[in-house]
Design a protein around this ligand. Structure first.
Ligand SMILES: [Fe+2]
Length: 278
């Protein structure tokens, strides 16, 4: 087992439109991605890998993926993406040729980064907003988790397998979450399940495993827990997630930090040269 920590940056829900168009007539998702890529590039220590957890394009069209490839070109780190409900498997496969688990169909991938396995699961359902893991993907997940039971694993998928309390998102989450749960419970090496789709940092336990939703670099789904409004978004502070795996007893420890994107005042020292608090 490798003794080095592994750092995975997760960026999510990029919603890239054709050049010059704004998402919902209001959000410059390309500019948001440029700032996000710069923030990931500048992060020290450099992440070992970047996972893009779905909704890479918006409509989707081949032109959007071409633009996305251009926008991601400055990213200095290796990366892989999984489709969300706004993506097309075929267009994504063409834009990002990766060693996917299957030559067609779901874009699942297993990526080994040091002592850690990343399992990227395609939860997209053609032309539907909700998610589901098809039989092939569930079988692949179970077999892949069984193939190296000693290595800690992080699962990534676009659709959260839980209800976050936002009514219009909860009806388009992962519909067959129970099937995912029964596989996860069989494999104690799963240390984290990381989703996207809701554009806001969220945490729960699912099948005994910490399960997160990643914030977006652009806009957030309105935190309308009182069910007051029609589906709405808000332009809130952009961010990405940094998941660090620290080796240790058993499967080690995974710590998730939310990293805000932007320039902020600081860092300033707490203590003066005399060692006293300033
Ligand atoms: Fe989505």
């Amino acid at each position: 087992m490798s003794s080095k920590p592994v750092r995975i940056a997760q960026i999510s829900d990029l919603h890239i439109k054709p050049p010059g168009s704004l998402a919902y007539g209001r959000v410059d998702t390309a500019l948001a991605l440029e700032r996000c890529v710069a923030a990931v590039n500048e992060f020290n220590p450099a992440p070992d890998f970047v996972v893009i957890s779905g909704d890479l394009a918006d409509t989707p069209t081949a032109g959007e993926y071409h633009y996305l490839v251009r926008l991601l070109a400055p990213l200095k780190l290796p990366f892989a993406g999984i489709p969300g409900n706004h993506d097309s498997r075929e267009l994504m496969r063409a834009a990002f040729p990766s060693p996917y688990a299957f030559p067609s169909g779901p874009l699942n991938q297993k990526i080994e980064v040091g002592g850690l396995d990343l399992l990227l699961l395609d939860s997209s359902v053609h032309r539907k907003p909700h998610g589901a893991l098809d039989g092939l993907t569930l079988q692949w997940l179970d077999a892949t988790l069984a193939s190296s039971p000693e290595r800690p694993a992080l699962l990534f998928l676009h659709h959260p397998p839980f209800k976050a309390g936002i009514w219009h998102m909860d009806r388009q989450n992962l519909l067959n979450a129970d099937e995912l749960a029964s596989i996860v419970r069989r494999h104690p090496r799963v240390q984290l399940i990381a989703a996207g789709h809701v554009h806001r940092a969220t945490l729960t336990m699912f099948a005994g495993v910490p399960t997160t939703i990643c914030p977006a670099p652009n806009h957030a789904v309105d935190l309308d827990l009182a069910e007051l409004r029609e589906p709405s978004f808000k332009v809130e502070p952009p961010a990405f997630h940094l998941h660090t795996w620290f080796p240790g007893e058993g499967f080690g420890t995974v710590v998730t930090h939310q990293v805000p994107i932007g320039n902020f005042d600081g860092p300033h020292p707490f203590f003066g040269p005399d060692g006293k608090l300033l």
